[in-house]
Design a protein around this ligand. Structure first.
Ligand code: NAD
Length: 489
């Protein structure tokens, strides 16, 4: 459907809020299974001709899209802030990281270039080619409405597939803008289609026989479900799930650096990041000093409307704000020390916004719900341990394995941690170790179902399938019949 979201016939709708005012800013029509079927059919038709477009043509569209997106990045960031609530500088960062994947996809001619072996047998050559899959589905979460679609869509398209994108129903505006820009960049109609909706649309994509692969990002229960249902239907599925990221601080660390990092990674985007730090593991004897430094920095955080130069915006919906606040209550109830309680924040914003200030808990223990559950809000827990080994056990016992970080000035300790920790993305004195576009993004354990991470070479492989050709162009001489198994000669 080019840049326009799929029109559809469904009458089910959802509200899109401006989280900083609490008002309904838009409504979105949820696709029915029939709408999804119609979109997939259009994509199937488009995929047949798009796979035959030359690599030069496909990369030219990507380059043109890159120029449009780069010129209008502020517009995209503003849409993200208006519907998600994150502050403008943070939205601009998300747009930048998405743009980097577009730039990576511009190199598709070299990314799909494969090997050629001359004379694997006398007069016989062998070569590998990578071909597109056909129609692929991308299903994205609310927290990165621009970046997460951009982890997948540019590479899928550059590789010659057609895409049906189902963004989060909470903030679908960024996906619509991206699709419009792809149309402007010269992408043929039907190669990128946006359908809105919820479980009904997702299920229809998972069951549709013409959808060959699914890239999903969201919470762990839904990721597990998408992986199981999609693979049962014979599809290739990568399903990235939730997280509970630990930051280990060793006694020799630079505590000012560690405190800055804990605050930035704990409260940036109001904690609504899958790579947010939600647990600081302080290896004694530094916990008292570290907690004091974190609390001091938190007093300088300005919570408010992301368009007013504040540091931290609102949560995405009122229901989510209430859920996060209930975890703060549960932490107090369970006996953790609320060093800073964010439930009654001073805000620079409209009173109806979905506000919650930053909360810091100390003396958190692994049996507490604030430790166990992914809260996905501005709540940071400090767990005190006596040794590196105890800290490592804590991280490795977590069912999640998305991101982690260690803060230390001991290179040997950092090297040991990176070797021993069971987590997909590791930072050394870097709190949010999000890989660049040319590496791959993805966690371990309950943070990713499937074996392929997003973007980088793994992304290119996910959206293509390999074929190996063995060819012989006969010399004028002919070897005659031979019914034996082919071997080299
Ligand atoms: P979510 O799981 O509620 O929704 C994700 C997508 O699935 C949305 O498009 C939604 O419409 C759809 N969906 C929701 N419920 C469904 C159901 N029952 N059946 C089928 N589809 C369903 O996630 P969210 O709240 O939008 O996003 C936040 C979550 O995403 C957090 O858990 C966060 O950690 C995770 N996340 C993970 C990564 C990562 O890379 N691992 C990145 C970003 C976000």
């Amino acid at each position: 459907m080019g840049g326009k979201p799929w029109p559809g016939t469904s009458t089910r709708t959802g509200d899109v809020f401006d989280p900083a005012t609490g008002t309904v800013a838009d409504t979105v029509v949820f696709a029915s299974a029939d709408d999804v079927d119609a979109a997939v059919r259009v994509a199937s038709d488009a995929a047949r001709s798009w796979r035959d477009a030359s690599l030069a043509k496909r990369s030219a569209v990507l380059f043109a899209f890159r120029e449009i997106m780069n010129a209008r990045r502020d517009e995209l960031a503003a849409v993200v802030t208006a519907q998600h609530g994150k502050v403008l500088s943070d939205a601009a960062g998300e747009v930048q990281r998405g743009l980097e994947v577009v730039e990576y996809a511009c190199g598709i001619p070299t990314l799909v270039r494969a090997g050629f072996s001359e004379n694997v047998s006398t007069g016989v050559d062998s070569y590998a080619i990578r071909q597109p899959l056909g129609v692929v589905a991308v299903i994205s979460p609310f927290n990165f409405p621009a970046m997460v679609p951009l982890w997948f869509v540019p590479i899928a398209i550059a590789a010659g597939n057609a895409v049906v994108l189902k963004p989060s129903e909470k903030d679908p505006g960024a996906a619509v803008l991206l699709a419009e820009w792809f149309a402007e960049a010269g992408l043929p109609e039907g190669v990128l289609n946006v359908v809105h909706g919820d479980k009904e649309a997702v299920d229809a994509l998972l069951d549709h026989p013409a959808v060959k692969a699914v890239s999903f990002v969201g919470s762990t229960p839904v990721a597990r479900y998408v992986y199981q249902r999609g693979t049962a239907a014979g599809k290739r599925v990568q399903a990235l799930g939730g997280a509970k990221n630990h930051m280990v601080v060793l006694p020799d660390a630079d505590l000012d650096l560690a405190a800055d990092a804990a605050v930035n990674a704990g409260f940036g985007s109001a904690g609504e990041r899958c790579m947010a730090i939600s647990v600081v593991v302080a290896v004694e004897p530094i916990a008292d000093e570290l907690v004091a430094k974190i609390a001091f920095r938190m007093s300088g955080i300005r919570t408010g409307d992301g368009r007013r130069g504040c540091d931290m915006g609102p949560l995405v919906t009122g229901a989510h704000r209430d859920r996060v606040a209930s975890y703060v209550a549960a932490g107090v109830e369970a006996g953790a020390t609320a060093v800073v309680d964010g439930r009654d924040p001073a805000v620079d914003g409209e009173p109806g916004g979905f506000w919650l200030g930053p909360t810091l808990f100390d003396h958190v223990t692994p049996d507490m719900s604030i430790y166990r559950d992914e809260i996905f809000g501005p709540v940071l827990s400090v767990v005190r341990t006596g040794s590196y080994d105890e800290a490592l056990t804590l991280v490795n016992d977590s069912p999640y394995g998305n991101g982690t970080a260690i803060f230390t000035n001991d290179g040997g300790a950092a090297r040991r941690f990176q070797h021993e920790v069971e987590v997909g993305m590791v930072g050394v004195n870097v709190p949010i170790p999000v890989p660049m576009a040319y590496y791959s993004f993805g966690g371990w354990k309950a943070s990713l179902f499937g074996d392929t991470h997003a973007h980088g070479l793994e992304g290119v492989h996910f959206f293509t399938r390999g074929k190996v050709v063995t060819s012989r162009w006969l010399d004028p001489s002919h070897g005659g019949l031979n019914l034996g198994f082919p071997t080299q000669s």
